[in-house]
Design a protein around this ligand. Structure first.
Ligand code: ADP
Ligand code: MG
Length: 486
């Protein structure tokens, strides 16, 4: 591994994340030509984040979902460095070793790399189980620039001395999380004995379970960790909050929030088709320009409603998850999780409907006693706590009253009694003071709590590794429930 000089301004550019093209990443002209031919016009986010570090020679952990372009994220900078070498590898040696869990993946990675090496002298070899080991040994005898292998077959070949890894300056562990259940740690230990200490190691994974963290600690040196937000992950611009409220008070609470932001469009998520329709009708009787989309509406009807919402004829759209999937309405300023989603990932999709294209957005979740579990699952998925903006967390597992039927009778009762308002607010409309603030200690809405970085490069790790997974907030506030809106 030879550290490669890189100009300081390129490094600075990386830090400012201003590079958007492959050529700005400083890849060799040969690769740029190949990239053009493959139709890769722009680096994907993981490529953008990883390539500069790999080019600088850093060890790296890359976290990104399947299909985000991880192969080129390590393949391009590796090839860039190998193309620079200018002489073929020595017999039986390997310059870069890529380990992948399955035969299919090995072949796929090799195919991908060959797209970029066409017309160059770079030699990519594969080694997988279920194929003739002798033929593989023969090919290895001539030496390889890049060897892509499954661990098992590689160990067999190492034991036969069909190759040596003494010249291997690069090690890539691809799809590391998938290798875990295949005796990977044991195999890796055996393979690592053959590798020089002085090397660059890259680890790519879709998830980062504890065992993979341990692998990274053992085999990577001072790694950079790059992480790419899965699609729909909350962008930093979304100001999030959770308002603890009894199920039956949700409709009035929604009204008060809507009245606080006149002229700003809101998307409201309900859990059921029926409940969403009822809520929409209630909002209409309260004077809001509201529409709904859900599975009981015909495609035509849904399209018309969406068009009206887009065109600004509607201010509030009540939707179920299924109906809202993939819809893009850039003008949505507020997302209300009237019912907590029971699939945690849906929270991320839902709130991702606001703050699109760089706009501002807020996302408020209404959490009833029966929804604490959903809330905790969401926070676990996001690896961040949602700031409390009203009420106080319900005691866990306690007095969760029988879930009131979503947007059911009690909401209508409140509607009928619309003059009364709630005791602690005293006003029937306008901006009620979030109840939680009077309890003290809660973050007021609109301020991002320190340490919470939704969508950032490095979300906070779970608060207590190996612990209950319950965010600290719940432990701290468990006894302050009396300050809430019950
Ligand atoms: P991952 O390893 O993250 O699952 P892959 O590296 O297999 O993803 O890439 C997924 C698909 O995206 C492949 O078909 C690949 O050719 C394509 N791809 C990767 N990078 C780019 C890019 N910058 N532009 C266009 N397509 C790309
Ligand atoms: Mg991959």
């Amino acid at each position: 591994m030879r550290p490669e000089p890189h100009s300081a301004d390129r490094v600075r550019l990386t830090e400012r994340k201003q590079m958007t093209t492959f050529s700005e990443l400083g890849l060799s002209p040969k690769l740029l030509t190949a990239l053009e031919k493959t139709g890769f016009t722009k680096p994907t986010p993981i490529q953008l984040a990883a390539i500069p570090h790999v080019m600088k020679g850093r060890d790296l952990m890359g976290l990104a979902q399947t299909g985000t372009g991880k192969t080129a994220a390590f393949g391009l900078p590796l090839l860039h460095r190998i193309l620079d070498i200018g002489h073929p590898p020595q017999p039986r040696t390997v310059r870069a070793l890529i380990l992948a869990p399955t035969r299919e993946l090995v072949l796929q990675i090799a195919e991908n790399l060959e797209l970029f090496t066409k017309g160059t002298a770079v030699k990519v070899t594969t080694v997988v189980g279920g194929a003739s080991i002798n033929r593989q040994a023969e090919r290895l005898a001539r030496g390889s620039d890049i060897l892509v292998a499954t661990p098992g077959r590689l160990i067999d070949l190492l034991e036969q001395s069909a190759l040596t890894l003494v010249n291997t300056g690069y090690l890539v562990l691809d799809e590391a999380d998938h290798m875990l259940d295949m005796g990977f740690i044991h195999s890796l230990r055996r393979i690592a004995k053959h590798l020089p200490h002085k090397r660059q190691t890259l680890l790519f994974s879709a998830t980062m379970p504890k065992l993979i963290e341990e692998v990274a600690d053992t085999y990577l040196r001072d790694p950079v960790r790059v992480e790419v937000a899965p699609p729909g992950k909350p962008v930093e611009k979304i100001v999030q909050g959770v308002h603890f409220t009894p199920q039956g008070d949700k409709a009035k609470l929604l009204e008060s929030y809507l009245l606080k932001h006149p002229g700003e469009q809101a998307l409201v998520f309900g859990r059921t088709k029926h409940g969403s329709e009822k809520l929409m009708k209630l909002l209409v009787t309260w004077g809001f320009k509201a529409g709904s989309i859900h599975g009981n509406k015909s495609q035509n009807h849904r399209e018309r409603t969406l068009k009206e919402f887009r065109g600004g004829e509607l201010d509030v759209l009540v939707a179920t998850d299924v109906a809202a999937r993939g819809i893009d309405i850039p003008t949505v300023r507020h997302v209300y999780n009237y019912d907590m989603p029971n699939v945690p990932e849906n929270y991320v999709h839902r709130i991702g409907r606001t703050a699109r294209a760089g706009a501002q957005g807020t996302a408020v979740a209404f959490c009833a006693p029966a929804e604490m579990e959903e809330l905790r699952a969401i926070e676990k998925t996001m690896k961040a706590a949602i700031p409390v903006i009203g009420g106080a967390p319900w005691a866990e597992g306690a007095a969760a009253p029988k879930p009131v039927k979503v947007m059911g009778k009690s909401a209508q009762k409140i509607a009928r009694a619309a003059g009364g308002g709630r005791p602690q607010n005293g006003q029937k409309s306008g901006a009620p003071k979030p109840a939680g603030q009077s309890a003290g200690g809660h973050k007021p809405f609109g301020q991002k709590p320190a340490g919470q970085k939704p969508g950032g490069q490095k979300p906070a790790r779970p608060a207590q590794p190996g612990g209950t997974g319950a965010p600290r907030r719940f432990q701290g506030n468990r006894k302050t429930g009396s300050g809430g809106s019950r």
